[in-house]
Design a protein around this ligand. Structure first.
Ligand code: SF4
Ligand code: SF4
Length: 185
């Protein structure tokens, strides 16, 4: 079905590295297919791995050989269109770094419900890392372990509902306080 009608991208139209299934490191999956005047992904990349050729409305292109997997582009993209994936995070699981702008944030080691790009629940995963950085604007990045076969499908998480309660526990801290706490740690 057409993206213009569904709002859901066809992953087969996204550029991926050669033999990506065999990689054991994070690489970006740029799910940006709307020609809009936007370019933070290109100017924020410290390795100049992402470029937008010519007009600012052209789509970003990536040179995977230059990319170090730092994830700054994912935290900077205003469209939340960049994810990083590691197909072989460990023996059993892949991992996805996803921008997450909901509050409160999950916590590390928390089990979560995995949501695919159609909005369907697809079982459980585990948060392994939360990253906040002044380099990301105010978009935290959440790293989640997912079953390997779901690496190109899962693009969101939700708290597992327990005893009538839903949502992640609110730390009561502002974004700035959480960032300061992470830096202190
Ligand atoms: S992950 Fe880092 S190095 Fe790779 S494209 Fe994004 S900003 Fe550049
Ligand atoms: S910053 Fe995000 S939305 Fe803007 S061009 Fe880059 S990938 Fe697309």
């Amino acid at each position: 079905m057409d993206y213009k009608k569904t709002g859901i991208i066809d992953i087969n139209k996204v550029v991926l590295p050669q033999n990506w299934e065999e990689l054991t490191r994070f690489f970006p999956v740029i799910e940006c297919i709307e020609k809009i005047p936007c370019n933070p992904c290109s100017w924020c990349c410290p390795k100049e791995a992402i470029t937008i050729q010519g007009d600012i409305t052209n789509l970003p292109e990536i040179d995977f050989d230059k990319c170090t997997g730092c994830a700054i582009c994912a935290g900077k993209c205003p469209g939340l269109a960049i994810f990083l994936v590691n197909p072989n995070f460990d023996e059993q699981y892949s991992a996805i770094i996803m921008p997450y702008e909901f509050r409160p944030l999950p916590v590390e080691n928390q089990k979560v419900t995995l949501i695919d790009r159609h909005g369907n629940e697809r079982g459980n995963g585990e948060v392994v890392k939360i990253r906040l950085s002044s380099a990301f604007e105010k978009t935290p990045l959440v790293t989640v372990k997912v079953p390997k076969e779901l690496i190109m499908e899962i693009r969101h998480i939700r708290a597992i509902k327990k005893s009538g309660k839903s949502g992640f526990r609110d730390s009561g801290k502002t974004w700035e306080e959480q960032l300061a706490q992470q830096v202190a740690n």
